[in-house]
Structure formats: structure tokens, C-alpha cells
Design a protein. Structure first.
Length: 385
């Protein structure tokens, strides 16, 4: 399996290598585009109602950084908190559409108390918020729903969840990391970009007037750098009975970007993607240095072999950083790209149902059912149809 995964990812390695070679030249152009954006090339945003959530919910908590959405169906159940990515698009990625919803699948799998961090788009009064600010509000959310929680981190919500679990290990029962970048020494086009840009380059993307980073501008950067369209997801929508509405909803979700606080954005870019502080044990979260090796909670890793945003090798490398016993590490590998891990019907019906069952278990599974992070030969990798 280790060889199979390496070959699957390596088949696009030449393309990624060529992309990385050009980052020193692409980077200045992106920064110039940013300055043009902030100096007046922007168009006023269209005033339209935001996309609605798929599953019925209530707002359990209003914080500066988030709305904590409550999708619970019963009170007496283990709380599950889904930490959505705070990077570009809205938390609706966790509850996109009927048949394409993580929340829906987890509820069907028996999760009775589900919460989602619905991160707010940054306004000028949020410009000084830092990673610590988001960790602190995540801690308030956990205290509100009651610890210990099961914590599921999606993409960049993954490294935030790992930091939280390492900072407050007594408050997390189980940890799920899906397409999560942690050890960026295994480079992707994104981490390659960060490594090749000069120090301070990301500051240029922060508006000098508002102190925030435009999600629209970041979206253009991601599109140029990563060709971020997930054609497989779109093809799955096209094959659905309600294809027209799904495709229209997908395009709107992609278009409705989040602005980010300048301080937070620069910290993430420099500390996570340039300096790899989490993997190297040099990240200080809420006053405490984080050593991933001291984190021993049961962990489930879900990765995609066609993921160019967080390649499988990068996502799987997290397991080797943790102190979790190998018998308490589960791995699932899907033959899909990044968005397919969250919106793809196959991944939802396969790996996410498996995650629901794993979270429902009161005790670790039998040793014969466990998977060692270094033994990918035992990882379940569905074959393409």
C-alpha cells in the first residue's frame, strides 16, 4: 500500500515540481496583483443572501470569531465538534447539500450531538486577531458543549484542532484529521509557494486600510497557483438528479469567500507553512509550547491520493509526529482530490461512515483491526470503479 499510494501521488509529481520552480517568479506577480486590488481595482461586493445550511440547526453560541452551529438530535450523546477550515471558503463545506453533507452522514451514523464552527468573515475590527484568538474561542466552544469532545478538523481546521488537542488534551476524547496540513516538510504546491517567497511577502496581501486579507484576492491566488477546481466533485454533481442546482450551489459557495484577519493570516503563512513550527515542536499555543509527541488521543486520518492541496504523504506524515499508540491510529485513503474528501459522495458513503462508527466506539478496536501509521499496506484504499 505504501508503494501504491506513493505511485498514485507521484504520478503528478513532475507537474508539482515544475509549478514549484516557477514560484519565485509567480510570487512577485501575485503580490503586485494584491497591491492593485487594494489600490482600487476592487469591485463592490454584490448584496445577496448567503447560502442556507442543508441540515436544520440552531446557533448555540455567538463569538467574535464564529457562530457555533448545533445540529444535535438528542441531549444524552457524546459531543462531536467539527472544526471547519478558516482559510478561504465558508464552513458550509461540512453541510453542503443533501447527499453531500458530512453532518448528514454523521447523524445517520449515530452521532447525536454535532456542532460546527461557522467562522466569520473578518471585518476591520478583527484585524488584530491571531491564531491564539481562534484557539481561545474554540476553547470556549468546547466548554459550552461539554468536554471531552470528539474533534474533527477539516483541512486547515485540522492543524487548529491538533494544536487545540495538544494544548488541552484532557478536553479531547478522539481526533479526526481530514486532508489536514501539519508537517509541511512534505511539500505541496501551497507549502512550496510559502517556502519560496521572501520573508514578509505575505504582509503585502494585507490591506493597509483595513488590516484584513481579501478572500476574493486569495481565491485568485489559489486558482492561479493550484488550479483549484475539483473536476471530480463537479462531475459527481453533473451525474446527480439535481445536477443544475448542485452546480449552481457549488459555484456560489466557491464565490462567497471569507476575508481573514491580517495578523492571523500572516501567522498561518509564516509559522505553519514557512517555518513548519507544529511539526518541529516550536509552536507556542496560548502560552504553552506544543509537542505533538505528547498527544496520545486516538486519531483517525483521512487523505486523498489525488489531493494537490494537502498531498497524501503530507497528511499521513502527521501520524509519525504523535504519541498516539499505533493501535489507536486509523487511516482511510480515498482516490479523490481535496474537495472530494468533504463533498464527494463516495468518500462520504465510505470513509465518513467508517469515521462515524469509529467515533461511536466506547473502546479502542481490537488490535487486528488497527492500522499502524508506518504500515500503509494495511490501510483501506478503495479502487476506482
Amino acid at each position: 500500500m505504501a508503494q501504491q499510494t506513493g505511485n498514485a501521488v507521484g504520478s503528478r509529481g513532475n507537474d508539482d515540481a515544475r509549478a514549484s520552480e516557477f514560484w519565485p517568479f509567480i510570487g512577485p506577480a501575485l503580490l503586485l496583483d494584491a497591491w492593485r486590488w487594494w489600490l482600487g481595482d476592487r469591485k463592490p461586493p454584490r448584496d445577496r443572501e448567503a447560502l442556507s445550511w442543508t441540515t436544520s440547526d440552531t446557533v448555540a453560541l455567538e463569538l467574535t470569531t464564529m457562530r457555533l452551529r448545533d445540529f444535535s438530535t438528542r441531549d444524552a450523546a457524546q459531543p462531536l465538534l467539527i472544526c471547519a477550515p478558516y482559510a478561504l471558503h465558508s464552513a458550509l463545506i461540512a453541510d453542503f447539500a443533501p447527499g453531500y453533507s458530512i453532518v448528514e452522514v454523521l447523524r445517520q451514523g449515530g452521532a447525536g450531538r454535532i456542532y460546527v464552527t461557522d467562522w466569520r468573515s473578518a471585518t476591520p475590527d478583527m484585524c488584530h486577531l491571531s491564531i491564539d484568538s481562534y484557539l481561545a474561542d474554540l476553547n470556549v466552544a468546547v466548554d459550552t458543549v461539554g468536554s471531552p469532545v470528539d474533534l474533527a478538523g477539516l483541512c486547515q481546521g485540522g492543524w487548529l484542532s491538533l494544536l487545540y488537542a495538544a494544548r488541552f488534551p484532557e478536553k479531547v476524547r478522539r481526533l479526526v484529521l481530514v486532508g489536514a496540513p501539519v508537517d509541511v516538510s512534505r511539500q505541496s504546491p501551497l507549502s512550496g509557494m510559502a517556502a519560496n517567497l521572501p520573508p514578509g511577502a505575505f504582509d503585502a496581501l494585507v490591506s493597509p486600510a483595513t488590516g484584513v486579507v481579501s478572500g476574493k484576492q486569495l481565491n485568485s491566488v489559489w486558482s492561479s497557483a493550484l488550479n483549484a477546481r475539483d473536476n471530480a466533485v463537479k462531475q459527481s454533481f453533473e451525474a446527480a438528479n439535481d445536477s443544475e442546482n448542485l452546480l449552481r450551489r457549488f459555484e456560489r459557495w466557491k464565490d462567497e469567500t471569507l476575508d481573514l484577519p491580517g495578523v492571523y493570516y500572516v501567522q498561518v503563512s509564516d509559522w505553519i507553512f514557512r517555518e513548519n513550527r507544529i511539526a518541529e515542536g516550536r509552536f507556542v499555543a496560548l502560552g504553552r509550547q506544543i509537542d505533538p509527541a505528547r498527544l496520545k488521543v486516538p486519531v483517525f486520518l483521512l487523505v486523498g491520493t489525488e489531493d494537490r492541496v494537502v498531498p497524501a504523504e503530507q497528511a499521513l506524515a502527521t501520524a509519525k509526529l504523535l504519541g498516539t499508540p499505533r493501535t489507536q491510529v486509523q487511516i482511510a485513503v480515498e482516490p479523490c482530490g481535496h474537495l472530494g474528501l468533504f463533498m464527494g459522495r463516495d468518500a462520504l458513503n465510505r470513509s465518513w461512515r467508517r469515521i462515524a462508527g469509529w467515533l461511536a466506539a466506547d473502546e479502542p478496536r481490537r488490535r487486528s483491526d488497527q492500522q499502524a501509521p508506518s504500515d500503509l499496506a494495511s490501510a483501506t484504499r478503495p479502487k476506482r470503479a
